[in-house]
Design a protein around this ligand. Structure first.
Ligand code: GLY
Length: 322
């Protein structure tokens, strides 16, 4: 059953104001420019991206600036600075970015660099490659003038030490611990851009890479069709090439909602008799070439921020499967 609970908060054009939106088909209304981002931290990220876009920045710079807000915010515990570490207490970062020409850049298993999305952008623009990983990604970042800094805050260290006491060193599959920021943007020319950045699943095994730096899994776009991005347990998203599949379904004429729901259904079939089912969460956001959008998740609790001229900047509860 598809459930709808549209609501919430307006940031742009009235900080802190609350706007209630009825349970109508507002998510099917085509408009552009429009920016959608995963989770509540997407509100501040959208606000920054919108500000850049409407002051003349191009789509790629706007989307980079937007997700950098979450990367720099220590209260966002699943992205960049302040992100929860792996089970060794080390923060490792994954990020990717994609533009209207299907150019893309990505970094995985990057450490001690506050803005992996900016490194990913430079991989796209200044190298013949799509992805750099680990030490190679770090060396590249340093060669471009990025500074090394510790990303493990006192709070994250404390949480990790607490986790270690009771965890038996077991990597965790947890509905709460992988809240990537993924952002999709359609600009005034109806061109699409996407970005995604995360510190990945908390308490993961050292060296683990999730879906977020993998083009086609954590993020995909085709400027003729639409864009999609994921949040939630990366392993489940990778198994289905989730974001690429959502875009391919939109190419076949599916609405963004129907496309997201179809892939979440597929994920549920694969995982429902597995050991991770109880704690599994996966969500997608999608936008098509007309600017119609949707968010949909496996389980209740996923929300996403939508920013455009009509709605300002709203947090919406996604439809869900269970
Ligand atoms: N979706 C983020 C991760 O699993 O790493």
């Amino acid at each position: 059953m598809v459930r709808r609970n549209f609501i919430k908060k307006s940031l742009i054009g009235g900080l802190g104001a609350t706007a209630l939106v009825g349970c109508d088909n507002s998510n099917d209304k085509a408009t552009y420019p429009r920016i959608i981002s995963t989770w509540e931290h997407g509100l501040a990220a959208n606000q920054e991206a919108w500000k850049k876009l409407t002051s003349g920045s191009n789509g790629i710079s706007s989307i980079e600036s937007g997700v950098k807000i979450s990367e720099a915010d220590p209260s966002v515990r699943s992205v960049g600075y302040g992100g929860l570490p792996d089970r060794e207490g080390i923060v490792t970062l994954d990020a990717c970015i994609m533009d209207k020409y299907s150019n893309c850049g990505s970094v995985s298993y990057l450490q001690n660099i506050k803005h992996p999305i900016s490194v990913a952008r430079l991989v796209m623009e200044d190298t013949p490659h799509v992805m750099l990983s680990g030490k190679g990604a770090l060396d590249f970042a340093l060669s471009k003038g990025f500074k090394q800094e510790s990303l493990l805050t006192d709070q994250s260290k404390k949480d990790w030490l607490n986790w270690k006491k009771k965890s038996n060193y077991s990597p965790v599959i947890n509905i709460e611990n992988h809240d990537t920021i993924s952002m999709l943007l359609i600009d005034q020319n109806k061109d699409l851009f996407g970005a995604c950045t995360t510190s990945g699943a908390a308490w993961k095994m050292h060296g683990r890479v999730g879906d977020s730096p993998i083009i086609g899994a954590g993020l995909f776009l085709d400027n003729e069709v639409g864009a999609a991005a994921a949040t939630g347990l990366g392993e489940a998203v990778i198994r289905t090439s989730g974001s690429a599949m959502v875009v391919e379904l939109m190419r076949q004429g599916y609405s963004p909602l129907h496309a997201c729901k179809t892939i979440v259904d597929r994920i549920s079939k694969i995982h429902k008799s597995g050991p991770d089912w109880e704690y599994l969460q996966v969500g997608f956001i999608a936008i098509n070439k007309k600017g119609e959008y949707a968010g949909y998740s496996l389980k209740k609790g996923f929300n996403y921020a939508v920013c455009d001229k009509q709605n300002k900047n709203l947090l919406m509860d996604a439809d869900y499967f269970i």
